[in-house]
Design a protein around this ligand. Structure first.
Ligand code: C5P
Ligand code: ZN
Length: 454
């Protein structure tokens, strides 16, 4: 089946789910995932319920474990809508929640589980690969379109969600995401252009964009404002225009951008990066952010325990995000250097590298830290990080691979390992990125089981 027919099949299923929401007169609670995709999915549904004048609220959660489900079961809601989360936890939801439940998710579903009050929208049921072809925000958008024609305006968030979930290998969207992108371009909410992919292209003074850039990391320039100004002036690029305004990357002449690109590509190759990864398509949003950049801003909001700020940004608010980003950059830099200092205690097998930082690196950033380390510091294709969870009873596990395409579905493996560990451990995710929560002290058991499963 081609992508268009698959989308139609998903839209038909969405119409059925939409009816249940339309009929609901009581209080609806949206429960969405706290990452960039979850924030976009939540924002799409939030805006749609607003169009429909529903009585509703929204909350964002890190994971949907048994504790969260039981807490929700004690609240006084008439309907729950889970977004970008829930498809893998159907049996626990069925056991504890009596009110109607809508699940709008793209994680592999627990297909055997269903009940009368469940309205489940999942791309796998329409033959769509939820790991690469559509995000939680994409599925939320398909549902929203069924609920209100006004929701078509939120199509840009479907693409931002996909970027947040790394559904953009080598800068290209595939399958349903590609169709959604074409619609978004047609609607004029995303504009594509080719150029140097540096965050802040339209939003920051160029020297700040260079200063904040870690990819490539340039000695005495990355993280160093005056170093970045000097770097540009040595290339003959002025940082201030004739009117006295800071110049942004988008203000450079074609020749200036080419000169800068050449130097950055050389630096990137010297750091072990690919020659072609810095140049490509830039997807510009109406709020002047590039899609990749905006997804990373939302991700930072979620990981800084401020997903509501991300929601507001999705709904059109601007300003005030710099403090969150600055704090986040500091935390990541600290986490990366902490992990690098632990190099001698990494457990390395022929399949994966395990970084047991359960008492040192926070659960919110361990995933990002191992993603950065995978680029240069780690030789194996897979890296597993263990981070600390407040309260001391649990350990957070994040798993990332360099390439999705090696035939291993990390989400599946992590789910099985967590089930084998038991004692409330749970996990899952996608083929290239997965995570779990396991009881404190079971780190080495996770390592053994995970390595054996691989
Ligand atoms: O937290 P982290 O970014 O490492 O999570 C990666 C992915 O793993 C999430 O997007 C989610 O799909 C999955 N995950 C999960 N259960 C957890 C933690 C993460 O299914 N307890
Ligand atoms: Zn997602």
């Amino acid at each position: 089946m081609d992508a268009k027919r698959k989308v139609q099949a998903l839209a038909d299923m969405a119409a059925y789910v939409a009816q249940a929401i339309q009929k609901e007169k009581g209080h609806i609670k949206i429960v969405s995932h706290f990452d960039a995709d979850g924030i976009c999915a939540g924002a799409i549904i939030y805006k749609t319920l607003e169009y429909l004048c529903k009585d509703f609220e929204i909350t964002f959660i890190k994971q949907l474990g048994i504790d969260e489900i039981i807490e929700l079961s004690h609240e006084h809601n008439s309907m729950l809508i889970f977004a970008d989360i829930g498809s893998g936890q159907l049996s626990q939801i069925k056991e504890h929640i009596q009110i109607p439940v809508v699940v709008v998710d793209h994680h592999p579903p627990d297909t055997s589980c269903t009940w009368d009050n469940l309205y489940h929208l999942n791309p796998y049921h329409a033959g769509i690969d939820g790991t690469n072809e559509i995000s939680g925000a994409g599925v939320a958008y398909i549902l929203a379109r069924s609920l209100s024609t006004q929701s078509k305006k939120q199509i840009d968030l479907a693409i931002v969600g996909a970027a947040g979930d790394r559904q953009c290998p080598n800068g290209k969207f595939l399958g349903v995401n590609q169709l959604l992108l074409e619609d978004a371009e047609y609607a004029g909410v995303i504009r594509c252009e080719k150029g140097l992919k540096l965050f802040g292209r339209y939003t920051r003074p160029l020297h700040k964009a260079i200063e904040y850039c870690n990819n490539p990391f340039i000695e005495n320039v990355s993280g160093n404002e005056s170093g970045a100004v000097q770097f540009l002036s040595e290339l003959g690029i002025t940082v201030i225009d004739k009117k006295g305004n800071w110049r942004r990357l988008c203000d450079l002449t074609a020749d200036e951008e080419k000169k800068l690109s050449t130097v950055l590509v050389v630096e990137n190759v010297a750091c072990g990066g690919r020659a072609d990864e810095l140049i490509g398509t830039i997807y510009k949003l109406k709020n002047d952010y590039d899609v990749m950049e905006f997804s990373s801003v939302l991700n930072a909001c979620g990981r800084q325990e401020n997903p509501l700020f991300g929601l507001k940004m999705c709904l059109g608010a601007c300003g005030g995000v710099e403090d969150i980003l600055l704090e986040y950059r500091k935390k990541i830099a600290k986490g990366v250097s902490c992990a690098r200092n632990m190099k001698k205690s990494f457990v390395v097998t022929d399949k994966a590298t395990y970084i047991i930082a359960s008492s040192r690196i926070d659960e919110n950033i361990i995933g990002t830290v191992i993603s950065i380390l995978l680029k240069r510091d780690i030789k194996t294709d897979i890296c597993v990080g263990f981070g600390c969870v407040k309260g001391g009873k649990w350990v957070k596990v994040s798993v990332r691979s360099k390439s999705k395409a090696k035939g291993v579905n990390l989400g599946e493996v992590v789910r099985k390992v967590a089930a084998d560990i038991g004692c409330g451990a749970f996990g899952g995710g996608h083929s290239g990125a997965a995570g779990a929560k396991i009881p404190k002290g079971s780190d080495m058991r996770f390592v053994k089981l995970f390595d054996a499963f691989l």
